[in-house]
Design a protein around this ligand. Sequence first.
Ligand code: UTP
Length: 395
Amino acid sequence: MLDESVLKQHGQEHFLEYTKVMSQSEKEQLESDINRLELDEVNRLYEDVYVNRKEIEIADDIKQVQFDIKDQFSEEQLKSYRSLGIKAIKDGKFAVLLMAGGQGTRLGHQGPKGTFSFNDKSLFERQAEQLRHLVNEIGTPIHWYIMTSDVNHKDTLAFFIENNYFEYDEQYIHFFKQDHIVSLTTDGRLILDVNKRIMQTPNGNGGVFKSLEKTKLLAEMKEHGVSFLFLNNIDNALVKVLDPEFVGYTIEQNSDVTTKSIQAFEDEKVGRLVSVDGKKRVLEYSELSADDVNKFENANIGIHVFKVDFLIESASKALPYHLAIKNLKQLDEDFSVVEKESLKFELFYFDIFQYANSFATLQVNRAKEFSPLKNKEGKDSIETAQKDLEINQLL
Ligand code: UTP
């Protein structure tokens, strides 16, 4: 039985109406879903992250993060980074992690974003192919970790199986799922998803570290002799996965975090890599004053290398939840399926930068390395990614 007073106390009494028209088994399922939740915590999350969300404070002690510029390196220097990189990969020092747990709500593609194809080649295949070539070149296997979530795990796995893992040695591909957290209506109520279950959504890409720890994958990496983890997104059509020149640069810098960046356009709405009170951060466009925004032209593109030891030390440290308001498919009061603006709570992986003792950045050429597929149309869209792939002769 659902406890009416507990529901009322937490503002969730709408479930009493739902249960009136539910079958016995649906009711039991709902009851056990609700009983597994800490309703106090759900209320607190709503209050902290939505109701009492602070106006974004514009930090005042912001400094530009130091960065090197790849285009300014000589051919000789790049060659030397490349051979350093190849050696480290050959020695098994690097593993790769692909974050592919997102819902891709803006793109609206049926199925995981990695299954989206340009000229019959999916984003998953484009990344697998690069790693396969690298393995063939150096003769050493590379562990490839792929983070999924409940919303796309089954479909992702099926796609890899259907495509014979893109000829990548399947024993070196490790799928793992990130955690999930409830979504809420704008008035703080829990939502029923289309299966009449309490809606939970992936907890943001920052969930990656705790999930790695929970699944003991960090310990496993250590056992395999992996010292560095290369991390990237699924949606950058031009990403150079485990690019040996960057790997060589990483080895030379020997920092807790090494990151690629690009030069932001004037007023561009991208996160900037900065140092606030000495701590490295990614500040969103909205967190910078109009005066400051163009002073910090070094933009984050979601390509990083983390020392595995740093992750082992930091994975359990707290990261804040951020609010995302997204259109989510759900059941209305009369059980019809509707899409409604709802509250999602997301951790961001770059909030772990604050715990790094050393940080290095290499600014790369946007035209060659960055073209995110976020939207159906307009900026960062199917059309722009297609064009960028064409220019780089990758179609
Ligand atoms: P985005 O922040 O662009 O989110 O993800 P998204 O879910 O793909 O797309 P929208 O915002 O709903 O349209 C950036 C990267 O982080 C991964 C995505 O798969 C992508 O590689 N991500 C995002 C996760 O792995 N888990 C998440 O919970 C969120």
